[in-house]
Structures are given as structure tokens and as C-alpha cells.
Ligand binder design. Structure first.
Ligand code: ZN
Length: 239
């Protein structure tokens, strides 16, 4: 039976390294695999901080993953597994397409993604994967907050100050008046919450995004999220 496996963790927990390892191991056994990733990765490659990389199919907001796999099967005879990195940025509909690949095409899916955003909430793609997956596997790494406690939260910093509002994906240097140096760091929950509380009073530089959000507050968010490809910024590189 094919399965949908979703492996999640914090930034720097080695998700891309695991994705590349599985991709390599299956290919070494002569199996046909497809490696997919999101816009996050420049030039269609998945790379890990340990220096390994491989060619990957880039998943755009409009990409139909079910059709991608079906076409590949028609062309080369078989696909044994799909390894998908950065699935937190896939749309909920694309996550459902991966589930259909498992159920209707009997292809194994190994999906990898971040659990929560810098805002401390599930990414839309991550939420859908948790809902759909046959197996949910958390990567446990011994990452530490600066205080020494186990790091469980991704913090985003602009010019060294923690922020909790802004786009899920952000351009590192937009050159605009709201730009600053954007960095990420791992924190324990207590220090992530502490920084988030302080940040909520000093988010003026990112208010344009908050206003856009409050305008759509009465929109029904219960269904799949539509993504406007033109509105998706080029994200930072992250593992
Ligand atoms: Zn801490």
C-alpha cells in the first residue's frame, strides 16, 4: 500500500537532508522518483546545509501535482515515489493532489515541511498535510534557544528585532521603505512568546500587511486557499 508520509520540524532540523537521502537511496535501488520543492529554492534544486543537492521540479502556485505525476508515469512507465520538500508553502489543494497521487496512482509520498511559521501558527500547507497524512513524523533535533532550553519555535527578526506580523514568505531586501535585514532564529516557546508580545506593540514597519489582512477578515477561510501567483514574493532561502 502506498502511503502519504509527512515529516516536519523546525528550521535547521535537517528536513532537506532527509529528503535528499531518501531520494538518493531509492534511486540507488533503481526506483523512479520525482523530487519537488517550492519557489524557495533557486534554480530548481533541493540543497541541504551539509552541502548535498539534487535537481528538483519547482512547484508553482498553479502546479497540478497529480497531473505532474500522471504525465511522468505515462512518459517513463512508472513512478515509485515522490519526495516533496518545503510543503509548508504548497497550497492546501496541492496537498490534496499529493493524497490523490497515493490513493489513485499508488505512489508513495515523502513530504517534508516546517510545522509553524514565525507567527507561531501552522502553515496552510502544513495544516492540510497533518490532516491528510497516513504517517506524521516529527524530526527531533537538539537545537537550543540562547537560554539553553530546547528550541521549538521559528522566530523572524527584522534588523535584530523579533516580528510577528508580515507575509508568511518575505523578501530579504525589497529596497522599499519597509525593508530591513530579515533573519531567522530558533527559540524556546517562552522566549518566542516573550518576543512576540514585545513585537506586537512595535510593528509599524509592517502595518501595510496587517491592514490587508484585516480588510479580508470577513472572508470565509474555511475552504482551500487561492494563491495569486503574482502576489507571491521571492522567499528567503531556508532549510
Ligand atoms: Zn529560551
Amino acid at each position: 500500500m502506498a502511503e502519504l508520509r509527512f515529516t516536519f520540524g523546525t528550521m535547521g532540523s535537517g528536513k532537506s537532508t532527509q529528503a535528499l537521502q531518501i531520494h538518493h537511496n531509492l534511486r540507488a535501488r533503481g526506483l523512479h522518483t520525482i523530487l519537488t520543492t517550492q519557489l524557495d529554492r533557486a534554480e530548481g534544486r533541493v540543497s541541504s546545509r551539509l552541502g548535498v543537492s539534487a535537481d528538483a521540479e519547482i512547484v508553482e502556485p498553479h502546479t497540478d501535482l497529480f497531473e505532474m505525476v500522471r504525465r511522468r508515469m505515462a512518459r517513463q512507465g512508472s513512478v515509485d515515489a515522490v519526495i516533496s520538500d518545503e510543503v509548508q508553502f504548497y497550497t492546501p489543494i496541492q496537498c490534496e493532489q499529493l493524497a490523490r497521487v497515493v490513493d489513485e496512482l499508488a505512489v508513495d509520498i515523502y513530504a517534508f515541511g516546517l510545522l509553524t511559521s514565525f507567527q507561531g501558527e501552522l502553515f496552510p500547507g502544513t495544516a492540510r498535510m497533518l490532516e491528510l497524512a497516513d504517517q506524521r513524523i516529527e524530526i527531533q533535533v537538539e537545537a537550543r534557544c540562547w537560554c539553553g532550553a530546547r528550541a521549538t519555535h521559528n522566530g523572524r527578526f527584522v534588523d535584530g528585532r523579533q516580528v510577528v506580523s508580515g507575509q508568511l514568505k518575505v523578501v530579504g531586501d525589497t529596497g522599499g521603505p519597509t525593508s530591513g535585514e530579515v533573519t531567522y532564529d530558533l527559540l524556546c516557546r517562552a522566549h518566542w512568546l516573550d518576543g512576540a508580545r514585545k513585537a506586537s506593540g512595535s510593528q509599524l514597519e509592517l502595518l501595510d500587511v496587517d491592514e490587508a489582512r484585516s480588510e479580508s477578515d470577513d472572508v470565509d477561510h474555511s475552504g482551500p486557499v487561492e494563491v495569486n501567483p503574482d502576489a507571491v514574493p521571492t522567499p528567503l532561502k531556508a532549510t
